[in-house]
Design a protein around this ligand. Structure first.
Ligand code: BGC
Length: 402
C-alpha cells in the first residue's frame, strides 16, 4: 500500500448517535423503565435529559457539518412513534422527517436507524423479540415510520446490534430467576427465540422500506466480536463467535450493505474468552485499548459474507484523553485503509460517537467527538472532531501501520 490511502469520492464519512442516548426524556421506552427499576448492576444512573438532542438536533447537525462530516447516522424512536400498541404519533413522525430534511439542508446525508436498543415498554412487556408476532409488530411500526425515509435518505439500518439485543433478551428473561451470572470474560449467550425474531424482523423491515422507498439501501449493523485466539485456539474463537456474531452476519446475505461495529477484540484461550490482562491499557468502558479490532472485524466480516458491501457504522473509544482518541482512531483507520487496499469492499466510516452521551447506564464513558456539558448542554467540539472532520474533507487516510 502507498503511504496514504485515498478514499473514493462517494465514501460515507460521518458520526453516529442513537435516540435514547442523546434525545432525553424517552419516557415510553423499555430502557427508561429499566433505569428506574435498577434491573442490573451496570445501570448506575438514568438517562434523564441525555444531550437534550430532541430539541438541540439542529445544533448537533450544524457542528458535524461544520467539522467536515458529510454523513450523519441517527436513530428514530419506536416508543415515540408508537406510544401505545397500534397508536401512532404523526407529530413524532413529522419530527424525524424534519431531522432528515435538516440534515440534507446542511449537506449531511442521513443514515436512519429504525431500532437502536430501545423498544416501547409495551412491546418488551408482551415478550419483546422472542414473541411470535414481534416481526409483525416491528413491520407495522416501520410502515408508520415510512414518511421519515421516503425521500432524502440513502441508507437505512433496520436494527442496531441485533446480537447485543438478543444478549439483553437473555439477561431479561433470566431476571425472575435471579438473573444470569455474567461471565468473567466475553458475552453471555444470546436468547435463541429473540435471535430468530430479530432476523425475521430485519427481513420484514427491509421489505417494508423497499416497498415505500426502493432507492433506499438497507442493512443492519452487527456488534462484531473480533477475537484474538492464542495459538491453537482458533476453533474456540469460531465457537464463541458463532451464536454471538456469525449467525447475525450471515442473516445479512443479500442485503445492500452490512454494518461493522468494532471497538476491541476478545482474547480467546483453550476454554474460551479470557479476561483483559492486568498490564494492558483499558478504556473507560474497561475494554482493552485495541485499534486493530476494526481491521480484523472488516476482514472477518468480508470473509464470512463475501460479496456484501460493508459500512463501518460504529468505531470509537471511551476516553477522557482526546489525544488517545486520535491515536486510537488513527490506528483503526490504518486497519480500514489496509483492508480496503487488500480488496475489502468498504463504503463508509461512521465514528461512535458524535456526542458524549448516555452510555447505557452511565455518562462516565465519554465516546464523543463533541463534549456536552451535563448541566447546560453546551456543546464543545474536541480536537478529535476537527481532526476527523478534516480527513473527511481531504478524503485521505493517515499513513501508519495498522
Ligand atoms: C452501541 C452504542 C454504544 C457503543 C459503545 C455499541 O454497542 O451501538 O449504542 O454506545 O457501542 O458501547
Amino acid at each position: 500500500m502507498d503511504d496514504v490511502f485515498t478514499l473514493p469520492d462517494d465514501f460515507l464519512w460521518g458520526a453516529s448517535t442513537s435516540a435514547h442516548q442523546t434525545e432525553g426524556g424517552n419516557t415510553g421506552s423499555d430502557w427508561w423503565a429499566f433505569e428506574r427499576a435498577g434491573l442490573t448492576d451496570f445501570i448506575k444512573e438514568p438517562s434523564g435529559s441525555a444531550c437534550d438532542s430532541f430539541r438541540r438536533w439542529p445544533e448537533d447537525m450544524d457542528l458535524l457539518a461544520g467539522l467536515g462530516f458529510t454523513d450523519y447516522r441517527f436513530s428514530i424512536e419506536w416508543a415515540r412513534i408508537e406510544p401505545s400498541p397500534g397508536e401512532f404519533s404523526t407529530e413524532a413522525v413529522a419530527h424525524y422527517r424534519r431531522m432528515v430534511e435538516g440534515a440534507r439542508k446542511r449537506g449531511l446525508r442521513p443514515m436512519v436507524t429504525l431500532h437502536h436498543f430501545t423498544a416501547p415498554l409495551w412491546f418488551t412487556e408482551r415478550g419483546g423479540w422472542a414473541a411470535k408476532d414481534s416481526a409483525d409488530l416491528f413491520g407495522r411500526y416501520v410502515e408508520a415510520a415510512a414518511p421519515v425515509i421516503g425521500e432524502g435518505v440513502d441508507h437505512v439500518c433496520t436494527i442496531n446490534e441485533p446480537n447485543m439485543v438478543a444478549v439483553m433478551a437473555a439477561v431479561l428473561r433470566a431476571l425472575p430467576d435471579g438473573g444470569v451470572t455474567l461471565p468473567a470474560a466475553g458475552l453471555p449467550l444470546p436468547d435463541e427465540a429473540a435471535t430468530e425474531g430479530l432476523v425475521r424482523a430485519h427481513r420484514r423491515a427491509v421489505d417494508t422500506v423497499k416497498s415505500h422507498a426502493p432507492q433506499v439501501r438497507t442493512g443492519w449493523s452487527v456488534a462484531n466480536q473480533p477475537c484474538r485466539p492464542e495459538p491453537g485456539c482458533e476453533k474456540q474463537a469460531a465457537a464463541y463467535q458463532h451464536p454471538r456474531e456469525t449467525v447475525f452476519l450471515k442473516a445479512a446475505r443479500g442485503d445492500d450493505w452490512l454494518g461493522v461495529q468494532a471497538y476491541t477484540r476478545t482474547r480467546i484461550g483453550v476454554s474460551g474468552p479470557l479476561p483483559v490482562p492486568e498490564d494492558v491499557e483499558r478504556t473507560l468502558t474497561g475494554w482493552e485499548y485495541d485499534p486493530q479490532a476494526l481491521g480484523d472485524a472488516l476482514r472477518h466480516t468480508a470473509a464470512t459474507v463475501p460479496g456484501t458491501p460493508l459500512i463501518v457504522t460504529e468505531n470509537g473509544i471511551a476516553t477522557a484523553d482526546d489525544d488517545r482518541r486520535i491515536a486510537y482512531t488513527t490506528g483503526a483507520l490504518a486497519g480500514l485503509a489496509h483492508a480496503m487496499a487488500d480488496g475489502v469492499d468498504v463504503r463508509g466510516y461512521f465514528h461512535w460517537s458524535a456526542l458524549d452521551n448516555y452510555e447505557w447506564g452511565s455518562y462516565r464513558p465519554t465516546f464523543g467527538l463533541i463534549a456536552v456539558d451535563r448541566k447546560t448542554f453546551v456543546r464543545t467540539p474536541k480536537p478529535s472532531g476537527a481532526w476527523l472532520g478534516a480527513i473527511g474533507r481531504g478524503r485521505v487516510l493517515p499513513a501508519v501501520s495498522p
